[in-house]
Design a protein around this ligand. Structure first.
Ligand code: ATP
Ligand code: MG
Length: 425
């Protein structure tokens, strides 16, 4: 048997040309979260299937049809995490991180969902997740939104729209759900298959339908906001006042419901029209009931997840990815003696010039072929060590961009001259 093996559909390799964009985002995210006092938590990729069934909800798309679930060698049912909140809450309860204390946490990594792969929708994708525990007021909801807005600014992104809504308490939603179902049942012939199925399982998600015909039908449907409890209304008004004070623009989207069961009160999404159908870059909200569902003491909580593939696609689309780092120096080594001296010289330079990026030529070859590689590397300078230089105890320095001439310096003057040239660049 032969043939070239391919990666699994919907699971992408991120090739070196694109990793600078990822590293840029990861660095900015890390800096910003740390500036707001959020601490990183690292969590397993595999959890017990039960965890996701209990937290995400049995009748959600994720648990019904998207999970990568398998039986391990002990006969336990395990699942590749489809999202990070469940595992984060599990870890916080398990390690007693929630007793009378506030936690501001974040994590990043791959998530797995068996969806139909398309632009912006993959089977392995990456999220940055941010979660806050122990704070019940709208101030922390506002903090999460201000933090994301700052993140977009730091990344050089504009044009993202913030949509917010409130789902009320689960009691308020239950009353509304019944009224909505009655209303929709009377118009079932105008629903698509997906919405008809949801009528029995998760009717609120019909509000979120991407089908324009369903959406136009919904324009006259009973409204969740008419069924809200007083506490949730007050919370939402508080959030809006804080966002107004901070000058953060938003749109109230009464049909925003989120795909996961555990949300209540505040929900939000950051949406762009530049990514086609998969326009939600970041989504989250409040989930005050989840800690208790998973066996902890009642603990208010809020958070969001940011989809890195979509965010990076947006950055690339906006031309906001900073250029990749190129080497400062390409070390050309002609002849056996130079090749031997070269590796040691490069180590000495790395020691003496912190942050120096130096690419040492390996594998021999003519001056000409080595200079070709030096050019291709993008380095602004070549250091040249040939037989002549070995004999005279010197090193050649040749600018690779622009017109400059090659110069020679004594090996013990090299660090000083190199530092000078690099600060000019
Ligand atoms: P959608 O309605 O697009 O399926 P969702 O409600 O399932 O989204 P969440 O579970 O809230 O999404 O995930 C948060 C974010 O993670 C999304 O807004 C998106 O940016 C990203 N995301 C979710 N699923 C995928 C996927 N399959 N591929 C790439 N990114 C994804
Ligand atoms: Mg989904």
């Amino acid at each position: 048997m032969s043939g070239i093996l391919q990666a699994i559909r919907g699971m992408s390799d991120i090739l070196p040309d694109r990793t600078p964009a990822w590293q840029f985002v990861e660095t900015v995210v890390r800096e910003q979260l740390s500036a707001y006092g959020y601490r990183e938590i690292r969590l397993p990729i595999v959890e017990k299937t039960e965890l996701f069934k209990r937290s995400i909800g049995e009748v959600t798309d994720i648990v019904e049809k998207e999970m990568y679930t398998f039986t391990d060698r002990n006969g336990d049912s395990l699942t590749l995490r489809p999202e990070g909140t469940a595992g984060c809450v599990r870890a916080c309860i398990q390690h007693g991180l929630l007793h009378n204390q506030v936690q501001r946490l974040w994590y990043a990594g791959p998530m797995f969902r068996h969806e139909r792969p398309q632009k912006g929708r993959y089977r392995q994708f990456h999220q940055v997740g941010v979660e806050v525990f122990g704070l019940q007021g709208p101030d922390v909801d506002a903090e999460l939104l201000l933090l994301t807005a700052r993140l977009w600014r730091r990344l050089g992104l504009d044009g993202l729209e913030l949509q917010i809504n409130t789902l009320g308490t689960s009691e308020a939603r239950a009353v509304y759900r019944e009224r909505l179902v009655d209303w929709l049942r009377a118009r079932e012939d105008r629903l698509d298959d997906d919405s008809r199925r949801r009528l029995a399982t998760n009717p609120l998600r019909i509000l979120d339908s991407k089908n324009p015909e369903v959406q136009s039908l919904l324009a006259d449907a009973p409204r969740l906001e008419d069924h809200l409890d007083a506490g949730s209304k007050q919370h939402f008004a508080g959030l809006r006042a804080l966002l107004d004070d901070a000058g953060l623009a938003y749109r109230i989207n009464p049909h925003l419901v989120r795909g996961l069961d555990y949300y209540g009160r505040t929900v939000f999404e950051w949406v762009t029209d530049r990514l086609g159908a998969q326009g939600t870059v970041c989504a989250g909200g409040r989930y005050d009931a989840l800690v208790e569902w998973l066996g902890g003491k009642p603990t208010p909580a809020a958070g969001f997840a940011l989809g890195l593939e979509r965010l990076i696609a947006l950055l690339e689309d906006a031309g906001a990815v900073p250029p990749a780092a190129v080497p400062h120096v390409y070390l050309v080594l002609a002849g056996e003696a130079a090749a031997r001296r070269g590796l040691v010289l490069a180590e000495q330079l790395r020691e003496a010039v912190p942050g120096l990026r130096i690419l040492t030529h390996c594998g021999g070859g003519s001056f000409k072929s080595q200079f070709k590689k030096a050019d291709k590397s993008g380095a602004p300078l070549a250091l040249v060590l040939g037989e002549d230089e070995i004999g005279s105890g010197q090193v050649g320095i040749k600018p690779l961009r622009g017109q400059g001439e090659q110069e020679h310096v004594a090996q013990d003057a090299l660090v000083a001259r190199l530092t000078e040239l690099l600060t000019e660049l």
